[in-house]
Ligand binder design. Structure first.
Ligand code: HEM
Length: 500
């Protein structure tokens, strides 16, 4: 027993000692036996979770300037590595792609229908079969082309709505309208109908994306919210599948087959008849999970890219005019731009790259997980480590993109062949390798045609009282990063409809 007189100084010493050990940022590794990447010292139980803040991609960018492009963290008890340079991204997503091709088992995925989907499934035969099925039935070049008329129809409806606003000089909520057109395109492809008033699938998916971007998923309140969201989407999908199984109950069936029809064609059959090692039979739960992944993948991503794109174009009228001139030179002002025109619009292409550089819609990609112990550049990474690739930080690194890296300047792509398709690790908005986005071409087509149509058909001004330099450009948190405030603007129709 300590004498009474020593007890207080001893207690103070203990507090200070604990504080120094656990809170002092360390440039060294916190595990002495193996050489881990450097990183901030984790606290007991919560690890580094308390440091991540509301916008983890920004916090992690700041931490990387201190600890370097490969950094160790602990998310609660889970070891994590954050990668923030093209060189390390290439090592993880290309050279050692196979080792990092899995996904962590997220509790809120494991307890819901999403477990049988694609995006959060661990690496293996089931994931491979589902990915192949989705690619063949929805995401291949021929399927993307097949759904072209559907995109055209939905965009036509949007243009008509905006024309009315132009006639009456109204300000529109462009965020809502972009969201609606992408929502309708997505639903028509996948569910065979436009927005269904019986369910708020968009709202639920938004909630799920938000929750998946939250690191503190052990929190019971978040778990309750997740269960509620997944239950709502599960019930909605059950009803929608019922409608497809009994077509007479659909109000306005369309003649083209949608994705659910195609999946129902596989019901009770092997997902991939040519895979002789893995036999996964398609059931209702698989269909629901796959459909949910496709809707979430298609919807929240493209609309976020378009929303940021329009924000920057309205902020920088010089760039807006330059695209308008490019499109006008190709198609004139007597007809609308069409998908077949897109490949002849190189400046639009640069604008889309610039949007995805500044706003990679999934700033930390989707978390990967290591399948085995591995040593990379002398750093030990243990099996089941969560890997986050900070595509947002790479896109804003002044060493790669020069001092104007935070500026919207599409001309930076003029004299180089940087592309967004996962071959160049300076720009990886779709990830790369085995887990790279399978919907990339569909996402790019939707993003480009909606942007092209909006700027070709209309000129845009901010509402009275908001100057371009004061336009709020803050982002919301989540697995994707939409604008935190809706974009409001006034359209003026600029085409001559003499053909009509
Ligand atoms: C602008 C549009 C899009 C962007 C920026 C985007 C971005 C991404 C990113 C960053 C990933 C994670 C890559 C990784 O973890 O390494 C991903 C995965 C995925 N995306 Fe996309 N995406 C877009 C459009 C789409 C579309 C249209 C679909 C489907 C209709 C889709 C479906 C998926 C799926 C299913 C995965 C998970 C793949 C897997 O785990 O194997 N995405 N996407």
């Amino acid at each position: 027993m300590l004498p009474q007189i020593l007890a207080i100084p001893a207690a103070i010493f203990l507090v200070i000692f604990t504080f120094i050990i656990f809170l002092k940022p360390q440039h060294n590794n916190w595990n002495s036996t193996k050489r881990l990447p450097p990183g901030p010292k984790p606290l007991p139980i919560i690890g580094n979770l308390h440091m991540l803040g509301k916008l983890p991609h920004r916090t992690l960018q700041a931490l990387a300037t201190k600890y370097g492009p490969i950094m160790s963290l602990k998310l609660g008890q889970v070891p994590a590595v954050v990668v923030s340079s093209p060189e390390f991204a290439e090592l993880f997503l290309k050279s050692h792609d196979m080792v990092f091709a899995s996904r962590p088992k997220l509790q809120l995925v494991e307890i819901t229908v999403a477990r049988k989907g694609l995006a959060f499934r661990e690496y293996g035969g089931y994931w491979r079969n589902v990915r192949k099925l989705c690619t063949m039935q929805l995401l291949s070049a021929s399927k993307i082309e097949m759904f072209g008329p559907l995109r055209k129809k939905e965009l036509g409806l949007l243009v008509n709505k905006l024309k009315k606003a132009s006639d009456s000089r109204d300000v529109v909520d462009l965020s809502d309208l972009i969201s609606e057109v992408v929502e309708n395109i997505t639903y028509n492809m996948i569910l065979g109908r436009s927005k269904d008033d019986r369910f708020d699938i968009k709202g639920v998916i938004h909630e799920i994306m938000n929750l998946l971007g939250t690191f503190n998923v052990g929190d019971y309140r978040l778990k309750r919210r997740a269960m509620k969201a997944f239950k709502a989407v599960d019930e909605a999908l059950d009803q929608i599948i019922n409608d497809h199984e009994h077509p007479s109950s659909i109000e306005s069936p369309q003649s083209n087959k949608d994705f659910i029809d195609m999946l129902l064609g596989y019901m009770n059959q092997p997902m991939d008849p040519h895979d002789h090692e893995e036999r996964h039979i398609v059931g209702r739960a698989n269909i629901k999970a796959i459909v949910l992944d496709m809707i979430a993948g298609a919807f929240d991503t493209s609309r976020t890219a378009i929303e940021w794109g329009m924000s920057e174009l309205i902020k920088y009228p010089r760039t807006m005019n330059k695209i308008q001139n490019e499109i006008e030179a190709l198609v004139g002002i007597h007809r609308q731009v069409e998908e077949k025109d897109l490949e002849k619009l190189p400046y639009l292409d640069m604008v889309v790259k610039e949007i995805l550089r500044l706003y990679p819609v999934a700033p930390l990609l989707v978390p990967h997980e290591s399948l085995e112990d591995v040593t990379i550049n002398g750093y030990f990474i243990e099996k089941n480590t969560r890997i986050m690739v900070n595509a947002w930080a790479i896109g804003r690194d002044p060493r790669i993109w020069s001092e104007n890296c935070n500026e919207f300047f599409p001309e930076r792509f003029e004299d180089n062949d940087v592309d967004v398709k996962g071959r160049d690790f300076r720009l990886i908005p779709f990830g790369s390798g085995r887990r790279g986005c399978p919907g990339m071409n569909m996402g790019l087509t939707t993003t480009k045609i909606v942007l092209a149509q909006l700027v070709h058909c209309f000129s845009w001004e901010l509402p009275l009282g908001i100057s371009r330099k004061d336009l709020d450009m803050s982002e919301d948190s989540g697995l994707t990063i939409p604008r935190s405030k809706h974009l409001l603007a006034r359209p003026t129709y600029r085409l001559l409809d003499d053909e009509a």
